[in-house]
Design a protein around this ligand. Structure first.
Ligand code: COA
Length: 257
């Protein structure tokens, strides 16, 4: 199943990982996280791969973690597929290019913080509704977002969890370039080809140096966020938010302090 939901193709030095579950807005389940983690780990050791590209389908990048999985198979620790994915993407030695069309929600946004070049369609929308779900931010976003844009702008995105557009994402500094919708994958691929033609060892070194000063703190932050996230999944607030999503109603948090 995971082989279809995450497509993996290698050509011209580029490993393309395509998220392909359009009927669920490309929500990432356990098998998909595992397939993404495996693909990233394999790419690191495969000499045929010089660049990794991550994309979704024509009108959706990903709606984030599968919310049904949060109820039926929540992450339990560092060995969970989601944590394996976050470790793999945040420590990848080779450059990662993202092509984002349409929706990017939750980890669909925070994974972009670990990509090197991020191309998005002009109609793409972004949202990090972790707090809205009674959860907490993940993927090192509590360290990386304030570094990129300052506390107050990061806090707005994380505490209010509202949808924002491609222009705002670009202004805030989490996107490399906005492309016309329909041209995103082509732009990302041509940049990936350009990267693949660069001297690979020099690219890897530069990427590593770019992260050197915050890498240890990032590892620690991802682990701490992960621990807190697992606890939050057991909270009454998260239970209310997840039930509300399943029942297609607005959550009511007024009874919790
Ligand atoms: N997990 C599980 N299923 C999801 C999902 C997710 N993250 N996102 C969408 N789906 C499913 C919907 O339940 C629906 O399934 P159904 O057709 O079997 O009922 C299908 O995908 C289509 O979604 P729908 O809500 O009808 O589409 P929409 O265009 O109205 O809204 C979203 C799209 C992404 C805005 C909305 O689905 C949403 O808010 N999803 C949750 C996003 C989220 O909170 N992610 C986790 C962040 S930590």
């Amino acid at each position: 199943m995971s082989a279809e939901l995450i497509r993996s193709d290698i050509g011209e030095g580029i490993l393309t990982l395509s998220i392909n579950r359009p009927d669920k807005k490309n929500a990432l389940n356990l098998h998909m996280y595992k397939a993404l983690a495996d693909g990233l780990i394999r790419a690191d050791g495969d000499e045929a791969v010089r660049v990794i590209m991550i994309r979704g389908t024509a009108d959706c990048f990903t709606s984030g973690n599968d919310l049904a999985d949060f109820l039926s198979a929540p992450p339990t620790g560092p060995e969970s597929p989601v944590m394996q994915f976050l470790t793999a993407i945040s420590t990848a030695r080779k450059p990662i290019v993202a092509a984002v069309n349409g929706l990017a929600v939750g980890v669909g946004v925070t994974m972009l913080l670990h990509c090197d070049l991020v191309y998005v369609g002009s109609g793409a929308t972004f949202q990090m509704p972790f707090v809205n779900l009674g959860l907490c931010p993940e993927a090192g976003s509590t360290l990386l977002l304030p570094r990129i844009m300052g506390h107050q702008r990061a806090a707005e995105l994380l505490l209010l969890g509202e949808v924002f557009n491609a222009d705002k994402a670009h202004t805030l500094g989490i996107v490399t370039e906005i492309c016309p919708d329909g041209n995103v994958v082509e732009t990302a691929r041509s940049r990936a080809l350009q990267l693949a033609a660069q001297p690979a060892a020099a690219v890897r070194l530069a990427k590593n140096l770019l992260r050197r000063d915050y890498a240890p703190q990032l590892r620690e932050t991802i682990a701490e966020e992960g621990r807190q996230f697992i606890e939050r999944l057991k909270s009454p607030e998260a239970a209310e938010a997840l039930q509300a999503f399943m029942q297609r109603r607005k959550p009511d948090f007024s009874k919790f302090n």
